[in-house]
Ligand binder design. Sequence first.
Ligand code: UDX
Length: 439
Amino acid sequence: MKIVMIGAGYVGLVSGACFAEFGVDVAVVDTDPAKIEALKAGRIPIYEPRLDHLVDDNAREGRLTFTTDLDEAMQGAEAVFLAVGTPTRRGDGHADLSYVFAAAEQVARAAKGPLVLVTKSTVPVGTGREVKRRVKAVRPDLDIAVASNPEFLREGAAIGDFMRPDRVVIGIEEGEAGARAEAVLKRLYRPLYLIETPIVATGLETAEIIKYAANAFLAMKISFINEVADLCEKAGADVQQVARGIGLDGRIGRKFLHAGPGYGGSCFPKDTLAFARTGQDLGTPLRLVEATIAVNDSRKLAMADRVIAACGGSVAGKTIAVLGLTFKPETDDMRDAPSLEIVPKLVAAGAIIRAFDPQGMNFARPLLPAAVHYANNALDAVAGAEAAVVLTEWNEFRNISPEKLAGAMSGRVMLDLRNIYDPAAMREAGFIYSSIGRP
Ligand code: UDX
């Protein structure tokens, strides 16, 4: 079986490499020649654990190829996946679908025979139908079935998420075209039947909404626990115990109840916004989603004030170590990271910032103020600092002992926005320690 994956970004690369690992021939197509050349030479443009090995192995076996030539890639392919970006459109918060439509029309022009066109990109409800309409406008003769197959990959855990998913969602059209698409997709995902993965087969619109509803619900859980954390601080309670106490109720679930500086990344901020816009457009405002967004936006802004308050009301001229810049660990992704809100505010307030991130510093540099100093490791970042702030919960930060941190720093203020340290141990080491939602 052969498929084409359009888009050598995060989703396209991970999905392409994983399908190849399932034994499928995958041609990954991208319009960026530099990216394709790099991939051919074995260089992966993103950091994702194990992805380099997976790409290497499957490229060597000849199952995974990279090209800019769509016509050539489509020779003999049974299905084409769209895994291009759907960024937030400037001005109105809607998802920008221009890459999706452009790719679909190119596929239409290049198609030689019957085709299944699958959207993997996150797209608002109604996009599948619009893709079909546009393809038909270019090629009325073409026998095409469109399908929606959203991904639920977490950065840093994407390969495991692809290989052992909680479920696979397949959205298909009615009639013969839908049946054909369903058969092709079920064949592709056959290896997952062995591990009894539920396959949720739905209509196109339903699958499109499942993706946004899933991300919005998870974002809502995070904003909920973040507000409860604020309450815990005022009331002298411990949000981690609250999260455990409610999360053990199977109806609630334990995951995504870690309080922190607010969610970021390439999906939650963009998808909650687009979902809220869809609700407004269809005359059914999603008020909980709108509140989730508002809570998160104001939270990120409030975090810099927290740092300033922890430093006694002013950071002017003070050296502050920032541990972690990426939106979460095990990624080099800086998109919508809380650090992008917090660090510039601290610099504007006169702080001297010494930052360290294990993977994200190259991407952070152009996005953060030029005055930020970048350290070689965590201990180098805290050396001589009056205060330290944990922004991302990298394991290597957890493993540094409080005594070592205290020994390197000149001051004793520690603001742990990810709750990675034990409050008692930190205080014992002499720190004026504060974290999120804990007494
Ligand atoms: C997310 C979804 O999990 C995934 O299914 C979807 O396909 C893409 O978006 P990702 O953005 O990679 O994945 O990261 P995730 O691990 O979900 O974290 C998102 C953000 O929420 C991060 O900023 C993280 O720090 C924050 N978060 C997560 C919390 O603050 N608390 C939590 O309990 C969980």
